[in-house]
Structure formats: structure tokens, C-alpha cells
Design a protein around this ligand. Structure first.
Ligand code: ARG
Length: 467
């Protein structure tokens, strides 16, 4: 039986009927629909609309729907269900008879879909947070394994200064911790319950909205029924958070792709996550990370779709809102699939520490340290900069590094140069002078590793608290 056929005298156009249905994609929401329906059924009983027996029968019927859906995929094949709400009502009435039609008393699909989607986003955030903790953990583990190995850091993709490999890895930890933080923030805001909002003006029965909200883990009922049934901010916010996460993954992927090229040679691609070429027998291609970079474009597209779908919509529920589901699901599923894969990649990639270390010691990346040496000799920085620049130019002409210039030649540039200059150029000295919080001096990086571990532990605790 349809949910609304009474006032219609003509049948729907068959093509339109099929086309407007959302069941193909909103069947994903079944467990949330059942969860919300249980809460509503209990409230109906408290309000005296259902007898105790009816409540028990309804709860058993709902449980059976959940069970059959997990046992057989065919159970979810339904060519008549308009959406997940209609599907559950049909099945319930099929299992328990007309009592099943009592469940919809005092509620509207408008509040149901708003609730189901909140529950879906909340559960997705919890899973993503757990996955992010593993992802972050892979970086910190690799940072610990890297010890005091160094590599070049780049600005403008030109060699800039040497840093510890661990310091570079921890940059990604900070980036992805911000993503986890944004998700936690989104979760806080979304965790209120639309049930009891009815179609637009509030339910028509005396339901205890606080009890309903609490029974499905929401902190409170939503405050305004018009807003509650038309609000999709939580989905927009969430997918925008996901697009930033995907964008970060694409930056990471891009760097890994570059570093795996023979031109850099900083890492060996893990065979388990690479593929070959059908034509060139020697090839090992970085498919996983290339696809990661590519997926970011689509997730950004989903975020844009959502924003544009809701833009300009008048209050309250409009069917356009059904169009917010697919971009939400697709963006969520993309990230849920990606995170475990990139974590596996990150755990198995092989860093070529010798190549990185060698690259860290050449290419004048000690030039700023050289100028700092002169500053410590009392030379004003701008003059020191100019002088070291000249020394670099001289070295380039001779095809040598700064350390190969004889003291006599250096002294012609500035009399402040002395023997100690040479030790200030050594890789260890260059790393050591960046001795500030957030800098790459080895002791600071060790401290940062410890702090990163604590942050990841806190993230894990947060996810356990929600489990
Ligand atoms: N499938 C619908 C959606 O996703 C559920 C709400 C339908 N409400 C309505 N008044 N037709 O938005």
C-alpha cells in the first residue's frame, strides 16, 4: 500500500513513479530508520497511542526487518518501495498486519529522513575518526623508525633546508589531526534530534521529545520544527570536512608520487599497492596514490553538489532535499574506503634513507645557516645574506659546495669568516640550529613525536567513548 494514495484519482505515470524513488540509495539508511522507529514507537506507547502489546509486536516486527536484511540481500529488493520509510512500513505491515500502520501516527517522513541522515553522518564520523587514528599512527610509527635521518625540505619545489624525515612526516600528522578535529566539531553540532518535528509544524501527538532524543543518543531535541525538517547543514558541513580531508590526502599522494619517481628516488613503491604496465615490462606504477589524488576531485564535486542543491531553497521540506543523499553517501563511502588503503600503503612503503640523507647534504641548503653564522659574528643579516649569496655564486662557478671554498676567498667577501664557519655548515649543525618548538632540531622532533602520540591516543579515546 502507498503512503499517500487517498486523494489521487489517477495512477502515477509509471516512468515518473520509478524515477522519483529514492529506495535504490536510501536503503543504506535501514539501520537508522529502524533505530529511529523504535524510539518513536516507544514514545507512542508513552503517549497512549499504542498498547503495550502493540508496542512489543511492533518492536519485534522492526527487529525481524533488521534481521532479514542482514541475512539476505534479496530482502532489500523491492520494486514498489518509494523510499526507506515506505519500505519499512510495508514490511512491518506484512509481518504484523494492520498494527504496523500505527507506527506512522504523529510522524512524517520529513522528520524521519532528517533524523536518519543525522544518525548516518554521526556513525560515519565515528568510523572515520577510528580510521584516522590508524592513519595517523602509521605516520608516527614511520617517524620513529626514521630516527635522525634527514632529507631536503622544499619551498617552491626547490631544495630549501634540510629537515628530519620524522619532522616531514609529522607535518602530515598535524594536517590530518585538524581533519579529525573538524569532524569532532561537526559531530557535536549535528547531535540533536529532529523526531517530533512532524512534517513542518511539530508532531500532532503529545510525544516526549527529550526521551526520544535521549534513547538514540542525541543530546537534545531540535529547537524548531521548521528548521529541523529542512536543515541539511550537518551534511553540507560534513562533506565539506570530507573534501578538506580528501584534499589533504591528495597533497600527500602528490608528494609520494613525486618522491617515488626515479628523479627523487626517496621511496620504493609497495608492490602490494602498485600495478604494472600492459606494454612496458619495467613499469611499477603508483596507482593507489594516483587514484587517491584523483578521488579528491570527486569529493570536492560532491561538496559542491550539496551546497548548490540547498542554495536558495525556501523553508521547509522540499523534495530537492532528496538530492542531498547521493553526494553525501558517495563522499562518505569514498573516504571510508580510502583511509584503510592509504594506511596500508603508508605502513609498507620503503623509504630510501640513504638517498634522502645524501640529498639533504647538498644543493646549498646550508646557506641560511651560513648567514646565521655571520650574524652571530656580528654581521647585520642583510649583509650576511648578500655575502653568502656571493659565496654560493662563487661555488656554483667552481662546481663545488660552500664548504669547499678556502677561508682566504671567504675572507675577501667578509673578514668576519673564520675556521668555525666550516663546522656550522655540517648537516648536524644546520639541523641543530632550528632549535625551537615546531622546528626540526632532533631533540625538538623527538619531543614532537611524543606529543603526536598523545594526540592520537586522545583521538582513540574519543572514538572509544562513542563506540
Ligand atoms: N525520500 C525522501 C527524501 O529523501 C523522504 C522524505 C519524503 N517527504 C515527502 N514529503 N515526500 O527526502
Amino acid at each position: 500500500m502507498k503512503m499517500w494514495s487517498g486523494r489521487f484519482r489517477q495512477p502515477l505515470d509509471a516512468e515518473f513513479e520509478r524515477w522519483q524513488r529514492s529506495f535504490d540509495f536510501d536503503r543504506r539508511l535501514l539501520r537508522y530508520e529502524l533505530e529511529a522507529s523504535r524510539a518513536h514507537a516507544k514514545a507512542l506507547k508513552e503517549a497512549g497511542v499504542l498498547s503495550s502489546d502493540e508496542l512489543i509486536t511492533i518492536l519485534q516486527g522492526l527487529e525481524r526487518i533488521g534481521k532479514e536484511a542482514t541475512e539476505s540481500a534479496a530482502f532489500l529488493e523491492d520494486n514498489e518501495a518509494e523510499d526507506i520509510h515506505h519500505f519499512v512500513e510495508k514490511k512491518l505491515a506484512g509481518f504484523i498486519g494492520d498494527a504496523g500502520y500505527k507506527l506512522h501516527s504523529g510522524r512524517s517522513r520529513n522528520e524521519q529522513i532528517a533524523t536518519d541522515l543525522r544518525l548516518y553522518v554521526r556513525a560515519s564520523i565515528d568510523q572515520l575518526q577510528a580510521d584516522l587514528a590508524e592513519w595517523l599512527d602509521a605516520f608516527v610509527t614511520r617517524a620513529e623508525q626514521a630516527g635522525d635521518a634527514a632529507m631536503p625540505a622544499y619551498t617552491h619545489l626547490q631544495r630549501a633546508e634540510p629537515v628530519l624525515v620524522a619532522h616531514w612526516l609529522l607535518a602530515y600528522v598535524e594536517m590530518f589531526l585538524r581533519d579529525a578535529d573538524r569532524l569532532a566539531d561537526c559531530r557535536k553540532r549535528l547531535n540533536v534530534c529532529p523526531l517530533g518535528s512532524g512534517a513542518v509544524a511539530g508532531t500532532t501527538l503529545p510525544l516526549d521529545r527529550r526521551a526520544i532524543a535521549a534513547s538514540i543518543g542525541f543530546t537534545a531535541p531540535t529547537a524548531n520544527s521548521i528548521d529541523a525538517t529542512s536543515d541539511r547543514d550537518f551534511a553540507l558541513e560534513f562533506v565539506n570536512d570530507l573534501s578538506l580531508l580528501a584534499l589533504h590526502l591528495s597533497r600527500w599522494a602528490e608528494e609520494m608520487i613525486l618522491f617515488s619517481s626515479q628523479e627523487y628516488g626517496f621511496l620504493q613503491l609497495p608492490e602490494a599497492y602498485s600495478t604494472g604496465s600492459s606494454a612496458m615490462p619495467q613499469k611499477k606504477n603508483a596507482d593507489l596514490i594516483e587514484l587517491t589524488r584523483g578521488k579528491a576531485g570527486r569529493v570536492l564535486g560532491h561538496a559542491t553538489s550539496l551546497l548548490v542543491t540547498v542554495k536558495g531553497l525556501p523553508l521547509a521540506y522540499n523534495k530537492d532535499l532528496q538530492e542531498t543523499q547521493e553526494p553525501l553517501f558517495q563522499a562518505t563511502e569514498t573516504l571510508l574506503q580510502l583511509l584503510p588503503l592509504v594506511t596500508g600503503w603508508m605502513k609498507s612503503v620503503e623509504f630510501q634513507f640513504d638517498v634522502m640523507q645524501k640529498a639533504a647534504g647538498s644543493g646549498f641548503m646550508n646557506a641560511w645557516a651560513a648567514a646565521t653564522y655571520l650574524v652571530q659574528q656580528g654581521v647585520p643579516f642583510r649583509l650576511a645574506h648578500e655575502c653568502v649569496g656571493k659565496a654560493v655564486a662563487l661555488s656554483l662557478d667552481k662546481g663545488v659546495e660552500l664548504k669547499d671554498l678556502p677561508l682566504a676567498e671567504l675572507r675577501q667577501l667578509n673578514p668576519a669568516f673564520d675556521e668555525k664557519f666550516y663546522s656550522s655548515l655540517a648537516l648536524d649543525s644546520v639541523l641543530a640550529i632550528h632549535d625551537v618548538r615546531g622546528g626540526t632540531a632532533p631533540a625538538r622532533v623527538r619531543q614532537a613525536v611524543t606529543e603526536a602520540k598523545k594526540k592520537i591516543e586522545a583521538l582513540r579515546e574519543e572514538t572509544h567513548a562513542h563506540a
